[in-house]
Design a binder for this molecule. Structure first.
Ligand code: GLU
Length: 563
């Protein structure tokens, strides 16, 4: 067989060679130790924690040493593609602090050129195009070379033929797939190929594997170190019927010509490494360093077993979940760092106020087996992160969140800026800041009693206090209320009411002698607290009242008396 002729027959219009592309995409001129990384998502419209996690690793590895982190869009699977996914992806990642230096970007980014197929998106950089669907001639030039060297061939087998082979293999307990003797179109003659093409038969191009499963090869993974795997024997498809490459081939070609140094991707791709190693070798190219991230796991509520987070079952896998609830992006990032890098939490403890970008990120400190995701732990991390924020930072974030997700809350937040700055400042700073703010929706629920529009009674009135006493406590309270009282003068008055109405001023007196009193000072102040805040627990009541102002305090007390 004249392989060169076959290559011409299949790709008559492809006039560039991989050598030409070597010149078009030269080695990058980067400082010693700087690396090129990439995020290579499929534009499915669904952006999940795994994407963010991968992007964080890419971003850190590149930017920690002055390298390049680019975004490539893997849109060769037309079925999974969603219109407008790329601008949303960029916005979402940017929200979580990820910015790319090169590749797909938002329309209007300086130095970018528009991408006709994708509204709102553009691209920039010298190693493009960055949409795989626009790179067809590059892939074909590489496939043509492999065909010309006898390393790849057209395969016309139909779905039925392949299914029959698979069934026979299964019956004979053999490895399924197209390899060795089952790769029936490996050695078609040129005439046979010509005849089939003339008949208009469809074909894919397969790689001709010379692999031997008893032979092992070694490859280095940044997380796991050197690993050894058996060679691939399958004649995998490299070019599909629609003229687009498979993931395997596109990955090899793109990461070579875009000069990627470290390929960060999900561990589900580990199993395909033998294919990729073979393809790099066949092209005569150096294999990049891989960094296979572990999957995020959770404890399944129904079974109690550890399992992978799933798009179908777990809303918390999608990044929109965190955006809509209004998690601070930094909190999500900090949490991911905590579960993914074994040395991050300790570093954070030693450096509570340092920007997380100062942390020395190293892949060998990353987990190499499924990482447990726990939303309660995320909330704890978030409390710590928010405790470090100023009241103004929290206010601004809340406002931005509400503007996007809740117009009613936005109006309230906007109208009450001065009050809210004081609310968010309660017990902030100092040695032991309050840690009760977690995410925007929760924060709003937490402070909603500061607005008449959202105030409601959320706690039961203390059972120790009768309805008549309740009204009496509140009447006396409002009569004596003087906003210029300091905290202790104010509390003295509460004590006075307590004693007058037959309640114990010291809780321990009541506990010692419950028959001698109706209740104690906690029950009396509980009534006042619920009247003002609607709940049995709140930050320091005196402070709350100072922020609310006398008018609101009065109105709340009157409302409770009427109730
Ligand atoms: N498009 C692939 C995915 O979304 C990318 C894998 C890779 O990063 O190489 O899983």
């Amino acid at each position: 067989m004249d392989h060169k002729k076959l290559a011409e027959l299949l790709f008559p219009d492809i006039d560039k060679t991989p050598e030409d592309y070597e010149k078009i995409y030269p080695e990058r001129d980067l400082a010693e130790g700087s690396v090129v990384t990439r995020l290579a998502p499929s534009p499915t419209g669904y952006i999940h924690l795994g994407n963010l996690y991968g992007a964080m690793v890419d971003e850190r590895l590149a930017h920690q040493g002055g390298g390049v982190c680019y975004l490539r869009i893997e849109d060769t699977d037309e079925k999974r593609e969603v219109e407008g996914a790329v601008p949303v992806l960029l916005d979402t990642l940017s929200y979580f602090g990820i910015e790319f230096d090169e590749g797909a970007c938002k329309a209007g980014t300086p130095g970018s050129e528009p991408v006709p197929s994708e509204e709102g998106a553009a691209q920039r950089g010298a190693y493009g195009p960055y949409w795989q669907s626009m790179r067809s001639s590059i892939y074909k030039a590489c496939v043509k070379k492999l065909v010309a060297e006898g390393k790849a061939y057209p395969c016309f087998m139909t779905e039925e033929e392949i299914a029959d082979i698979r069934a026979a293999q299964t019956a004979a307990k053999l490895d399924p797939g197209i390899y060795g003797q089952y790769a029936k179109h490996r050695d078609l003659t040129l005439e046979e190929v010509e005849r089939r093409l003339a008949e208009g038969q469809e074909y894919v191009v397969r790689f001709r594997s010379e692999g031997d499963p008893s032979r092992y090869f070694k490859v280095r993974d940044a997380i796991r170190g050197e690993i050894s795997m058996p060679e691939n024997i399958q004649d995998v498809v490299i070019l599909k019927k629609n003229d687009l490459p498979t993931y395997h081939f596109a990955h090899v070609v793109d990461d070579h010509f875009m000069r990627t140094d470290i390929v960060v991707r999900g561990e589900e791709w580990m199993a395909s490494l033998p294919i990729h190693e073979q393809l790099f070798k066949a092209m005569g190219w150096e294999i990049p360093l891989y960094c296979h991230n572990t999957s995020l796991m959770k404890i399944d509520e129904a079974t109690g077993q550890k399992r992978k987070l799933s798009k179908r079952k777990d809303p918390e896998l999608g990044l929109s979940f965190y955006k809509e609830l209004g998690y601070f992006p930094e909190a999500v990032r900090e949490y991911l760092m905590t579960i993914l890098c074994s040395d991050f939490e300790q570093w954070r403890m030693a450096n509570p106020d340092t920007d997380y970008n100062e942390f020395n990120f190293s892949p060998d400190k990353m987990s190499d087996s499924g990482t447990l995701f726990d939303i309660n732990k995320l909330n704890d991390v978030s409390k710590d992160v928010l405790a470090r924020k100023s009241a103004a930072q929290i206010y601004d974030f809340m406002l931005g969140w509400a503007e996007e997700f809740d117009k009613d809350k936005y109006a309230l937040l906007k109208e009450n800026k001065d009050m809210l700055l004081k609310v968010f400042d309660i017990d902030r700073g100092g040695e032991k800041p309050r840690k009760d703010l977690v995410y925007a929706q929760q924060i709003f629920a937490f402070i909603k009693y500061f607005f008449d529009e959202t105030f409601e009674y959320e706690s039961e009135w203390p059972a120790e206090v009768s309805e008549e006493d309740r009204a009496e406590i509140l009447r006396r309270y409002i009569e004596g209320y003087d906003p210029s009282d300091d905290n202790s003068a104010w509390f003295e008055k509460v004590r006075g009411i307590t004693a007058d109405l037959g309640y114990a001023v010291k809780p321990k007196d009541y506990k010692k002698n419950p028959d001698a009193y109706k209740g104690h000072v906690g029950h009396v102040s509980g009534v006042i607290r619920i009247a003002i805040t609607g709940r049995a627990n709140s930050p320091d009541l005196w402070t709350v009242q100072q922020i609310m102002g006398t008018e609101m305090v009065r109105k709340r007390i009157e409302k409770a008396i009427e109730a």
